[in-house]
Design a protein around this ligand. Structure first.
Ligand code: PLP
Length: 377
C-alpha cells in the first residue's frame, strides 16, 4: 500500500525529543507523525498518508462518537542492544484488529495497510526510541466510524489512524508486583458481547470497576466470567497466568478464550514460548475459590499478568469482598526480587527476543529499517 509522506517541516532536535520522553506518563509522549487512511464503499481504502501528528477536525455527528463503532490496537517497537528497531508481532495485531472490526460491522483494515502504516511511522520516528532498554515505542492503531450521520446502522465512512508514544512499562520502569481487586459487582463483557474485540466501549465500561480497585488500594481489577461470576477471566488490560509448583515441575495455566476475554498477543506468545523453556502450559478454567485454595495450599507458587503495555507483571496480592490473600512470598522486601523464578524466566525470554538479545526463532520481530521507509514514500 502506497503511503504518501509529508513529514514535519522542522523536526525536533535530539535534545527536545529527550526532554519530551523524560519519565513519560503512559500515553503522553507522542512522536511527531501519524498515519491516516480512509474507507468508503466506493473507493475502499484510500488516502493513506503519513503526516505531522495533530488534532482532527470532526463533525459533531461523527458516528463513532455516538454509537461507539471504534476499535483499536496496541503494539510495540523496540530498539535492540545493537541499535536496530523492530516491531513485535504486528501481523498478529493486524489480525486481531480485523477480528475486532468484523465484530463491530466495520471494514477490516487489510494486513498490508496495517503493516505499511507501522513500517512508515516507525521508520519515520524511530529516532525517538531511546537506547534505554526499559523504554519502547507504543503504537496505537485506531479505526473509527467517521460518517456524518446519526442513523443507527453500520457507518459508510471510516478512518484508520496510527499514532505512537514513548513508554516505560505500564506500571513504571521496574517490574513492580501488583495488587489486584476481584470485582463481583461489575462485568467487563457479556455472553455473546464484545469482550473478545478490542473495542473502545469495553474500556469505558471498565473504568468504574478500576476506580473501585484503586479505592481498595489495588492496582488493577480482575474480571470474573459474566454468567456465573465464578471463573477468573482477565485483568483490565492484561491476561493472567498461574504458575503451579516450582523448579522442574513448574507448569502454567491460563484461562481459556471463552469469547468474553481478549485474546492477548503476549498471552499467545507465552503459550508458545513457555514449553520451549521446559514449562508446560494449559488453557483451563480456574474458579475464584480454587485460586484462593491453591494459593493457600502452596500449589500456586506465582501469578503474573501479561500484555503489551504491562509486559509481564507479577501479581502478589489478591483482594475480594470476602478477604485478601498473598501469592508465593507476597510483596518483596524493599529492594528484593519482585518476580518469582518462573515469571522472571519467561519475562527474560520474551524481553530478550524483543530486544534482539535472544534468537527470534518464532519470527516475531519485524525489523523496520530506513531502507523500508524509502521503499514506501
Ligand atoms: C482487556 C485486555 N486484556 C488483555 C490484554 C493483553 O493483550 P496484548 O498482550 O495483546 O497486549 C489487553 C491489552 O491489549 C487488554 O486490553
Amino acid at each position: 500500500m502506497h503511503i504518501v509522506t509529508t513529514p514535519v517541516a522542522r523536526p525536533l532536535t535530539a535534545q527536545e525529543r529527550t526532554e519530551r520522553c523524560a519519565a513519560p506518563a503512559f500515553g503522553t509522549a507522542f512522536t511527531e507523525h501519524m498515519v491516516s487512511a480512509r474507507w468508503n464503499p466506493e473507493q475502499g481504502w484510500h488516502d493513506a498518508e503519513l503526516v505531522p501528528y495533530g488534532p482532527l477536525l470532526l463533525d459533531p455527528a461523527t458516528v463513532g462518537l455516538h454509537y461507539g463503532q471504534v476499535v483499536f490496537e496496541g503494539l510495540k517497537a523496540f530498539r535492540s542492544h545493537t541499535g536496530e528497531v523492530a516491531v513485535f508481532r504486528p501481523d498478529a495485531h493486524a489480525e486481531r484488529m480485523r477480528a475486532s472490526a468484523r465484530r463491530l460491522m466495520m471494514p477490516e483494515p487489510p494486513e498490508e495497510l496495517f503493516l505499511a502504516a507501522v513500517d512508515a511511522l516507525v521508520a519515520q520516528d524511530q529516532e525517538w526510541i531511546p537506547d534505554d532498554p526499559g523504554m519502547s515505542l507504543y503504537l496505537r492503531p485506531i479505526l473509527f466510524a467517521s460518517e456524518r450521520t446519526l442513523a443507527l446502522r453500520p457507518a459508510r465512512e471510516y478512518r484508520f489512524l496510527l499514532v505512537a508514544f514513548i513508554t516505560e512499562g505500564y506500571f513504571g520502569p521496574a517490574q513492580r508486583p501488583v495488587r489486584v481487586w476481584v470485582t463481583d459487582e461489575y462485568s467487563r463483557a457479556a455472553a455473546g458481547g464484545t469482550g473478545a474485540a478490542k473495542c473502545a466501549g469495553n474500556y469505558a465500561g471498565s473504568l468504574l470497576a478500576q476506580e473501585e480497585a484503586q479505592r481498595k488500594g489495588c492496582d488493577q481489577v480482575v474480571w470474573l466470567d459474566p454468567v456465573e461470576r465464578n471463573w477468573v477471566e482477565e485483568m483490565g488490560g492484561m491476561n493472567l497466568f498461574f504458575v503451579y509448583e516450582a523448579g522442574g515441575s513448574a507448569r502454567l495455566v491460563t484461562p481459556p478464550l471463552t469469547g468474553s476475554l481478549l485474546p492477548g498477543v503476549t498471552r499467545d506468545a507465552l503459550l508458545r514460548l513457555a514449553p520451549t523453556l521446559g514449562v508446560p502450559v494449559s488453557e483451563a478454567p480456574l474458579s475464584l475459590e480454587q485460586w484462593r485454595a491453591d494459593c493457600a495450599s502452596g500449589a500456586i507458587t506465582e501469578v503474573f499478568a501479561c500484555g503489551t503495555a504491562a509486559r509481564i507483571s507479577p501479581v502478589n496480592e489478591v483482594s475480594t469482598k470476602d478477604g485478601s490473600w498473598t501469592i508465593g512470598a507476597g510483596a518483596p522486601a524493599e529492594g528484593g526480587v519482585a518476580a518469582g523464578e518462573v515469571t522472571g524466566r519467561l519475562s527474560a525470554a520474551l524481553f530478550g527476543i524483543q530486544r534482539g538479545e535472544l534468537p527470534d526463532s518464532h519470527s516475531w520481530m519485524r525489523p523496520v529499517s530506513p531502507a523500508r521507509q524509502s521503499a514506501i514514500t
